[in-house]
Design a binder for this molecule. Structure first.
Ligand SMILES: [Zn+2]
Length: 149
């Protein structure tokens, strides 16, 4: 693992994974589209040809959306119940749609961000490296410095 990117990747301007992901753009060129539907990934980038097979955010976007957005939705439901004491059908037409919107609407941006971060940080499943490919302490230091930037 070095600091020098392959020649194919240096042909593109640097793309931040957060901005590319939030906009649903390709993590390599920043111009192509990541999605072909609401949440379905395209097979490749239409601009640079990057194969999106590496992308596997699994249930990460759903987890983050539920964990973060459940707090304001639950807070609203509690506030409504404590201050107004409405009948249950009021929760059905206010709290339920709010909870649904807060958990579903951010999924696309979160999935884009996770896929772009996966590409940027070269995240992949762990595997055993042969002894000659074990990173030296200098390589690990450079990699951790790059991660912190
Ligand atoms: Zn691209």
């Amino acid at each position: 693992m070095g600091d020098v990117m392959p020649a194919q990747e240096t042909a593109f301007a640097p793309v931040t994974p957060v901005m590319a992901g939030l906009r649903g753009h390709c993590p390599r060129c920043g111009k192509g589209h990541l999605f072909e539907g609401w949440l379905k990934l395209r097979p490749t980038c239409e601009v640079c040809g990057l194969d999106y097979k590496f992308a596997d955010p699994a249930d990460g976007p759903a987890f983050f959306a539920m964990m973060v957005m459940s707090f304001p939705a639950t807070g609203f439901a509690m506030w409504l119940e404590i201050t107004r004491e409405p009948p249950y059908w009021v929760h059905l037409i206010t709290t339920f749609p709010l909870m649904f919107a807060l958990c579903v609407l951010p999924l696309r941006a979160l999935k884009g961000w996770l896929v772009c971060s996966q590409y940027y940080y070269r995240a992949e499943e762990g595997r055993l490296a042969p002894p000659e490919r074990l990173a030296t302490s200098d390589e690990l230091t450079r990699a951790s410095n790059r991660t912190l930037q």
